[in-house]
Design a protein around this ligand. Structure first.
Ligand code: GLU
Length: 907
């Protein structure tokens, strides 16, 4: 096989290599492999890796009559014409393959030129997809597989809420699987933002910070990694609470010294195992070779870029394919002319061999799947620790696994011996300045329940802390205009504090941006108002023992029982009696229970007096008996309750609840404007709270005061101002100030918690200890101690609520008994009536119906309290004179009614 003609320029170019590599000089057949680099490429390692890769491959080729020779062209990648010229130049020299360039669109231009000439092209840069070219292989890990690797790692690390910051459209493609994570699992949420082109990343990072973002996935070029981290550091985002995941495979080439000591979780990936002996030795040998030529190249194995390693591996791959191909047939390069349709005859076979062979390179095992993609590769997962970039896991085709004991401690570092900054607010009795005759310094200056709590936690968990009072003096509210949080929450987000402990209410807004421990105190919003004042006794206070309802029911019962008495007395024959007891045979019967007498009887009994006539029939006696029982109970209850009412002083308050406040305009009401209480009213959609917010907001002068001023205003305004505040604080205030009290129930239910920066690793440890303190009763004991410490003994207020009017619930049973008695009495009356009817029917030999008709006629007239006596058959036969005492004209008038009775002769 003939060697290709070598031009003098090529020989000149190859001279160093030819001199270095003996096998080349001894070779008969020189196969050149070309590489294209950008003119402005600054990294000397790229060209070096390529050249030494070819040299190394040539030495290990094991084919005695073939030598590989590298040739490098520098091209203006932005200039298509220039690129084509250099490619044509290489083709003219005759090359077995062309590597590079990395920049698009020059790369795709070169790929299509190689395609036309059947010359294999080797790519070493990330590309989304292969073009339609047949002769190109890409050594860079396949995009889709890489994207899957990101997802595996993020899942294993437990990232559920994160921000994705990307640089360009390519980044989005690289991250497509990551961006689909929330869709596939609704427990995961991600927000996506683009890094600005002007390289001022701070505003964007600030936005992430203010939204409580602590887990950030960043896809950016290698040269921007440092910039992003540096700017994040400038705004306090390089602290132990932040987690970064860089998708770039070259994080190890960036100088990360500035970020090593903050405890920030920076995770990166690396394709090259830089500690591998093969990598270290290769780089050392390049350096030595360069040094032998008097050149000092500042390159180390630990900083070797992925592209350099891939260029090296490209040479190895080509060499292996050439050797394998050469073992089956002789190959040589041919000079190709761009203006002609000539092809490299071995191109296709060479390309096929390149796709089939496997080589162990600096980036691990290089092999391609059936689609010609490098989808089988492994990645080191690295973390920036104090000792530098340290691998803590490995991703491979089987997924991600954490290696080494470091993994656990990395996830949950211990709080022990940490020095934490604790921010707080001065407010009684949570945190107060200690009064002392000595000069106090440091944490000793403060006292209060929060101080005791943090002290106890620090004792149990072994951390050190420094208390710093918040400069804003506010718990923390979000400012829509500035997009920033103030107060303690702002401090946590800015990385200025590690813990916030105060009367800090756990709210959903705050929970979204910071982390809270469990509640250490439960509370709700209530009203602080002046204590109820003593009421002068009312003129009609005698009515107070019973409720209006009971009075009405009693009146109704009196009328009802009177009516029943009247009706039953008419029905029962035993209440009809001769008017003169000494003359039982009179013709007229009289009934003493007319309606007015019935009322008189009932009222007399109710007043515990009685009257001069009493029932005689069993039924009416039943009515009377039950009524007396009823009056006995009612009067006793009334008397007993009246005694209580007369002995206690009645207290009155114009408001009893928030609804009462909302319904009036006389008493002003307000709250603390910068706290969760104001937020409750501002965001409430429930009446009356929404209406109350409008009233508070529009009030002039303002009704918003801080807690101290609010309490003073309630005290000074003598019932003209009510202050909404949290019940725990109200409880404390009323212990101190006898003239103030809590009014109404709690409007909501919530609690105070210790806040930590988002993603803080201490939360579980703190929670555990707080739970223990709660179970041991320490939290309750602390509260009792601080709330009762300065308690004032207040004058008893007479217990306004001791005597309360009796309502139906208290005396309803008596009414039920009464009604039962009435029913029984009615039944007895019916029995009496029927019994008497039967006797009369038998006496008079009349039918039951006609007797009943006559009786009912007299009864149901409901008029008059006399009726004619019925003459029995006995009396008629004994010649009784009959009855005489009909009023004049009555006999005529009632003739039909009295049919069957003896009609007396009117004298
Ligand atoms: N504890 C409240 C907060 O954390 C402050 C007091 C209040 O709003 O009543 O916002």
């Amino acid at each position: 096989m003939a060697a290709p003609a070598l031009s003098p320029s090529l020989l000149l170019l190859l001279l160093p290599t030819l001199m270095l590599a003996l096998p080349v000089s001894a070779a008969k057949n020189i196969i050149t492999i070309g590489a294209l680099f950008d003119q402005h490429e600054a990294d000397p390692a790229l060209e070096m890796a390529f050249r030494y890769g070819v040299e190394q491959a040539s030495q290990t080729l094991n084919v005695p009559d073939v030598a590989l020779v590298p040739t490098v062209e520098r091209v203006q990648t932005s200039n298509g014409f220039h690129t084509s010229k250099r490619v044509c130049h290489l083709l003219k020299l005759g090359v077995g393959a062309i590597v590079g360039p990395s920049a698009e669109p020059a790369a795709s231009h070169v790929r299509s030129m190689c395609d036309t000439k059947s010359v294999p092209h080797i790519d070493t840069t990330w590309r989304y997809r292969r073009g339609s070219e047949h002769f190109s292989v890409n050594l860079y890990p396949h995009a889709a597989t890489l994207s899957k690797a990101y997802v595996d790692i993020l899942k294993t690390l437990g990232w559920t809420k994160f921000h994705v910051l990307y640089e360009d459209n390519d980044s989005l493609v690289r991250l497509q699987e990551v961006l689909q994570m929330p869709d596939n699992n609704n427990k995961i949420s991600a927000s996506v933002r683009q890094l600005p082109k002007n390289k001022d990343y701070r505003p964007l990072l600030k936005q992430v910070q203010n939204s409580g973002g602590t887990h950030i996935v960043i896809d950016c070029s290698t040269e921007n990694i440092f910039n992003v981290l540096k700017q994040a550091q400038q705004i306090g985002m390089v602290t132990r609470y932040y987690h970064y995941f860089f998708t770039n495979l070259d994080l190890h080439t960036v100088e990360l010294h500035d970020f090593q000591y903050a405890g920030t979780n920076i995770t990166g990936l690396r394709l090259i195992n830089t500690t591998d002996l093969r990598v270290v030795k290769s780089v050392e040998s390049w350096k030595e070779a360069e040094a032998a030529r008097g050149r000092h190249v500042p390159i180390t194995a630990s900083r070797l870029s992925t592209e350099a390693a891939l260029l090296y591996d490209a040479a190895l791959l080509f060499a292996k394919a050439a050797a394998d191909l050469h073992s089956s047939r002789d190959i040589s390069v041919t000079s190709l002319n761009c203006d002609l349709d000539d092809l490299w005859p071995h191109g296709e076979s060479m390309f096929n061999y390149m796709q089939l062979v496997e080589v162990e390179g600096l980036t691990g095992l290089v092999r391609f799947d059936t689609l010609g993609q490098r989808s089988s590769f492994s990645l080191d997962v690295l973390s920036v620790l104090e000792e530098g970039l340290t691998p803590f896991g490995r991703w491979g085709p089987d997924g991600f696994s954490i290696v080494g004991s470091d993994s656990r401690t990395r996830q949950t570092p211990s709080i022990r011996n940490q020095n934490l900054i604790v921010t707080t607010l001065i407010k009684e009795p949570y945190t107060m300045m200690k009064e002392s005759t000595e000069k106090l310094v440091g944490n000793d200056r403060y006292e209060g329940i929060c101080i005791d709590l943090i002290q106890e936690l620090s004792r149990m968990l072994g951390f050190n802390y420094t208390i710093v009072v918040n400069a804003d003096g506010a718990p923390g509210t979000y400012n829509e205009t500035t997009g920033r949080w103030n107060g303690m929450i702002g401090e946590l987000l800015d990385g200025k504090a590690d813990l916030a402990i105060a009367d800090l209410t756990i709210t959903s807004d705050r929970e979204a941006v910071v982390d809270f421990t469990m509640q250490f105190m439960n509370l709700g919003i209530s009203i602080l108002y002046r204590k109820p004042t003593k009421q002068p006794p009312s003129l009609f206070s005698f009515l107070s023992p019973l409720s209006l309802r009971v009075w009405v029911y009693m009146a109704a019962a009196t009328m009802g029982v009177s009516l029943l008495m009247f009706v039953l007395a008419r029905f029962t024959p035993y209440e009809w009696e001769p008017p003169h007891p000494c003359a039982p045979d009179q013709d007229q019967l009289e009934n003493q229970f007319n309606f007015l007498n019935c009322i008189w009887f009932c009222i007399g009994s109710l007043m515990q007096q009685g009257c001069d006539f009493l029932p005689k029939a069993v039924s009416t006696r039943m009515v009377a008996g039950m009524w007396w029982f009823f009056t006995l109970i009612m009067i006793s209850s009334y008397t007993a309750n009246l005694a209580a009412f007369l002995t206690v002083e009645r207290m009155s308050s114009p408001i009893e609840s928030a609804e009462d406040l909302a319904a009036q305009t006389d008493i002003k009401y307000g709250t603390y404007a910068d706290g969760s209480t104001a937020t409750f009213f501002r965001t409430s959609k429930i009446w009356p709270y929404n209406k109350m917010w409008q009233v508070m907001k529009n009030a002039n002068p303002s009704v918003f005061f801080d807690t101290k001023a609010g309490i003073k205003k309630v005290e000074d305004d003598e019932g003209k101002y009510a202050y909404f505040m949290e019940s725990s604080s109200i409880e404390y205030v009323v212990e101190q100030m006898c003239e103030l009290s809590q009014v109404g129930d709690l409007l909501d239910n919530k609690g105070y918690g210790i806040a930590l920066p988002p993603g803080s690793p201490w939360i579980n440890q703190l929670n555990q200890q707080m739970l223990r303190m709660q179970e041991e009763g320490k939290l309750a004991a602390l509260k009792r101690m601080w709330w009762e410490r300065d308690r004032k003994v207040c004058e008893e207020d007479g217990g306004g609520s001791i005597a309360s009017e009796l309502d139906l619930e208290n005396v309803g049973g008596v009414f039920v008994c009464l009604m039962g008695g009435m029913v029984v009495a009615t039944l007895i009356a019916i029995v009496e009536f029927v019994f008497h009817l039967r006797a009369q029917t038998a006496d008079n030999n009349t039918s039951v119906l006609s007797e009943m008709g006559r009786e009912l006629h007299v009864i149901l007239r409901c008029r008059g309290s006399t009726k004619p006596a019925r003459i029995t058959a006995d009396r008629r036969s004994s010649g009784g004179s009959g009855l005489v005492a009909f009023p004049s004209g009555a006999a005529e008038k009632h003739a039909p009614a009295f049919a069957g009775y003896d009609t007396p002769a009117v004298s």
